[in-house]
Design a protein around this ligand. Sequence first.
Ligand SMILES: [Mg+2]
Length: 343
Amino acid sequence: MRISWEPVSLDTKHTFKIAREDLTGDKFDNVIVRLEHEGVEAWGEAAPFFIYGDNQRTVIAALETWKPFIERWQDPWQGEAMMAELDSVLERNFAAKSAIDCALYDLQGKLAELPVYRMLGLSHDAVPVSSFTIGMDSAEVVRQKVREAASCPVLKIKVGGPGDVEVLEVVRREAPEATIRVDANCGWEPHQALKMIHRLADQGVEFVEQPLSADNLEGQRWLYQRSPLPLMADESCERLEDIKHCVGRFDMINIKLSKCGGLRHALKMIGAARAHNLEIMLGCMLESSIQITAAAQISPLVDYADLDGAALLAEDPFTGVGFDNGKLVLPHGPGLGVERRQV
Ligand SMILES: [Mg+2]
């Protein structure tokens, strides 16, 4: 098997602002990974995020370290053993592991001439509607963004700033029929969060994602016992081992391929979450249609989707999953079904 990669800078249509200023940006540096086996090429993508210890340089360094191991791989159907080998060579580096894991699924699907969802026994009809994310901004810019998202029946609003109440009122006025979810990205303290969540409940918000910081375990338990709305773990739930800590603190978890290391691990998390009666959303980073489509392939297994990362880009270098009034439309092609966009 051969591996090559290409660093890419993805520009967003709008500057992406959330409750943490250090995470605001309009350019996201990802890495596109290509595996090649007996003339078949397969794609994966690393969307590194520094709060999880990854960036474009660490992804490339990991790929360079793994390259000699990957190039000794003979049998593309030994995914479990191959990913275990990468784990034994380098811990963490989950964004880079996700790129390789998703590329292996793409390769296997192409060899079997089946879409990944078909290989997993899933139905393309059972996909959820994806939310469309509205980043933090002035009321005027938020109004504009909500108008641009008119075809999306589910909006996810980033909050955690001083203008939250006003912004939510603008969204409600502009999109009276929309389902509204809220993501505070660790932006609140417990008492403030409870007060805000009561107001959000009055405005018909569906659920609240990560109201408190990930290390505030006591606060999360306190809030969970009092919150009138369901609470979702994102920063508090990176991997399989985090799920047990979400029980009694959250009602739902947000699984992202870049946090957990790829489809193989995400499938294990879905099983564990079900065993603990946690609802599941599949989320994303700012990423192209490669990794968005990879996540969409397993979306028939989850309750909610927030797979708008590619839709927020000014230009998406790949084609893949589509949207029909927000509902995910899986591509028919084998593997992930992604293709490089012709320019
Ligand atoms: Mg989130």
